[in-house]
Design a protein around this ligand. Structure first.
Ligand code: GLN
Length: 544
């Protein structure tokens, strides 16, 4: 039977609970255990799919088509375990399920209540599809004390009893702030947070204390005494130089050993952390550096491009270079040539990432043109591929009014909404004016690549599967015109209906993909497109 690790946070948000969960899972995995990480989000949206990136950061898409919290991206990057729909649940989804059941009459006249109905649903979710695992790590979003997270904490309390002795532990992540005026680290917020959690019936077994300065032994003992844990189970977590150094750092602090001891398991041999040492070694000792310009819309908030940021770092790891990302707000240069050049000239490569809506589109189209004409490596992802097609249509195929129906009615819909397509499940259909939540072309879809294409050589094969999240597609009615303009459709859906990849073979590196390769990149297994794109940036940096 799987053992459970419940992870809560206290004092403030943004303590890196998700990274802690991902790192702990990676450490357990390095000891040979099978792990899976789950995220409970207490908000009422059914999933983050309809939330603005400013509210919530990126929406992470799984192979099975779920739109999930960005922490699932960390989990997958750190463990290599593909996340699934069943790994992320929100209060909204739980209530939606319960209310649907209530309307069907499934409760047979009973009063439907938070306890037991909501808590039972949370418990069922935690235990779903866990048979083949050694450890399930469940991270609870938010901070202990929030009204919204109460049912989740209550469910943990119950589940700890249901599971029986030795089958679960509680890890609480808190902050030990440094007060400069006093020159001291303060343990009081941690004490209060643990008291709050204990009052809800959950006594932590391990405390992870985020701090800016090393936590002296005396402070550890004090926290242990007041919070009812052993001093060794007070783990200091200092800021790390890179997120990929976090697993090693937690291991040094004894996190994985303490977690095992809390289960009554003797830690035994050291974990095999070779791959983490290799990644950090490459990251901290680069042999060069390149600058990649990312022309986007949410550039003020890097969480909006979390996986993209990481995939570029992975491309750097693959090429042993540091990747400096220059975030460029597409709205600031709506096509003005001199401004576009000023923003992009310092870049060794240009990337236009996924986006929704017309704001900034002209700036992105101008960036594609700059990259094409100046022969700077260009990578267009999803919206970035669509803009590459519009640019080609306008400037090389003579279709001056080329546009996307996403921007309003157009005579030349080079990119258009799609309401019917084939998936593994059969024909998918959508209403043009239907629900926005969960209705895009979502999740893993296969594509076949032209044998002699650039992308086939990058992937080392002609059959791929990548994750999608979009409502619009490049219109194959324009394929001939675009190909005459030098844009080759080198990847298509298996039924030949949907363009998946376009490329310019006469350009040093010009690839547009309809999917999101960044979602599958891992530090120890960089995505081939990102590895190749950064290699092209390195080549470009030697030219200029
Ligand atoms: N807005 C575009 C679409 O829905 C692109 C989406 C994206 O880049 N993820 O097709």
């Amino acid at each position: 039977m799987a053992r459970y690790i419940f992870i809560t946070g206290g004092v403030v948000s943004s303590l890196g609970k998700g990274l802690m969960a991902a790192s702990l899972a990676a450490l357990l995995q390095a000891r040979g255990y099978r792990v899976r990480i789950r995220k409970f989000d207490p908000y009422l949206n059914v999933d983050p799919g309809t939330m603005s990136p400013y509210q919530h950061g990126e929406v992470y898409v799984t192979d099975d088509g779920a739109e999930t919290d960005l922490d699932l991206g960390h989990y997958e990057r750190f463990t290599g375990v593909s996340a699934r729909q069943s790994d992320n649940v929100t209060s909204g989804r739980i209530y939606q399920t319960i209310i649907q059941r209530e309307r069907r009459g499934d409760y047979l006249g009973a009063t439907v209540q938070v306890i037991p109905h909501v808590t039972d649903a949370i418990k069922a979710f935690s235990q779903d599809q866990t048979e083949d695992l050694d450890f399930v790590l469940c991270e609870i979003g938010g901070t202990v004390g929030d009204i919204e997270s109460l049912p989740f904490i209550e469910a943990i309390r119950q589940l700890r009893n249901d599971l029986g002795r030795g089958q679960s532990i509680s890890v609480h992540v808190t902050l030990v702030p440094y007060i400069a005026a006093a020159g001291e680290l303060k343990t009081k917020p941690t004490q209060h947070s643990v008291r709050e959690l204990a009052a809800l019936g959950v006594q932590p077994d391990v405390l992870v204390c985020r701090c800016e300065k090393p936590l002296p032994e005396g402070d550890k003992r004090k926290i242990a005494q007041f919070c009812n844990v052993r001093p060794e189970a007070v783990i200091a977590a200092l800021d790390a130089k890179s997120i990929y150094a976090v697993p090693l750092q937690y291991h040094e602090e004894g996190l994985d050993e303490e977690v095992l001891r809390a289960f009554g398991i003797e830690p035994g041999e050291k974990p095999n952390l070779g791959r983490w040492s290799e990644i950090t070694d490459r990251l901290f000792n680069p042999e060069g550096e390149v600058t990649v310009g990312v022309v986007g819309k949410y550039v003020g908030l890097q969480d909006a491009y979390k996986s993209l940021n990481e995939a570029l770092v992975h491309g750097g790891i693959a090429n042993k270079v540091r990747v400096n990302i220059r975030w460029i707000d597409a709205e600031l240069f709506e096509g003005d040539e001199a401004e576009v050049a000023a923003a992009l000239e310092p870049c060794h490569a240009i990337l236009v990432p996924g986006a929704f809506g017309s704001r900034g589109a002209e700036g992105k189209i101008a960036s594609v043109r700059f990259a094409r004409e100046r022969r700077v490596p260009y990578f267009g992802i999803c919206f970035g591929m669509q803009m590459a097609c519009i640019e080609g249509a306008r400037n090389l195929a003579g279709i001056a009014e080329a546009s996307s129906t996403e921007f309003g009615p157009t005579k030349e819909p080079v990119v258009g909404i799609i309401t019917e397509w084939m998936s593994e499940k059969g024909l998918e259909t959508r209403e043009a004016g239907g629900d926005l939540g969960g209705t895009m072309r979502l999740g893993a879809y296969p594509a076949k690549l032209a044998g002699n294409s650039v992308v086939a050589s990058i992937y080392g094969g002609t059959e791929i599967s990548e994750r999608h999240r979009h409502r619009y597609e490049v219109n194959t009615g324009y394929r001939d015109a675009l190909e005459k303009g030098g844009l080759v459709f080198s990847g298509m859906s298996p039924d030949d209906m949907l363009p998946e990849i376009v490329e310019r073979p006469d350009h040093p590196w010009f690839v547009g993909v309809q999917f999101h390769p960044e979602l599958k990149s891992k530090p120890f297994d960089p995505h081939p497109l990102f590895a190749s794109f950064i290699a092209a940036a390195v080549a470009q940096s030697r030219l200029v």
